[in-house]
Design a protein around this ligand. Sequence first.
Ligand code: HEM
Ligand code: HEM
Length: 147
Amino acid sequence: MHLPSFMWLWRIAAWSMGLTVMLFFGLAAVGLVLRRQRLAPGARPQKWLRILHRGLGIALVLLIVNLLAIGLVGTLGHYGSLGHSWHLPVGLIVVALSFASAWSATRIHPQRPWARPLHLRINSLLFVALALVSLSGWSVVQKYMPQ
Ligand code: HEM
Ligand code: HEM
């Protein structure tokens, strides 16, 4: 039986991943500016930057859920089952960390001083996990390349 090539789907995954990484660095930049403004004496974080950070954050989570859907649909379509490489656990960890990051962001409040450091720690882990999911995605996509 001739199986359709999933190359087009993995191409979308690769482009979405590029966008995800750009959003991540954008979030880090805006987040650090917000932090500097918050810590400067007499200054307050700018409202539009806070809204921008939140908007980019929501876009990041949506893109990652989209990548999860692509990965699951593509893998089920090709093999009929999941779990063919370490890309699966790393992918699930990325999804969990991005949800955890968004959740910790909703906890940020003067009365919850633990929420900001938690948000930053989760995001450092997310950085490592994103690097690993790209590497493993890059390696599993090789077998779909036209020979
Ligand atoms: C997952 C989606 C994300 C959401 C919804 C989100 C939301 C937020 C919110 C609401 C704040 C508080 C801002 C304020 O003071 O008004 C914040 C702070 C911050 N975020 Fe995020 N964020 C997300 C992802 C990220 C990522 C991926 C990074 C870094 C790569 C990041 C870095 C920061 C930094 C550095 C701060 C400032 C902490 C401080 O003031 O000490 N955020 N974020
Ligand atoms: C946040 C990023 C990503 C997430 C959450 C994610 C998630 C997943 C998941 C859950 C699977 C099913 C794996 C299995 O059951 O074995 C999968 C498969 C796959 N993903 Fe991703 N993925 C991401 C990024 C990427 C990237 C950047 C590429 C590269 C273009 C990629 C290429 C693939 C390929 C080729 C498969 C099929 C696996 C195989 O043939 O063994 N993914 N992905």
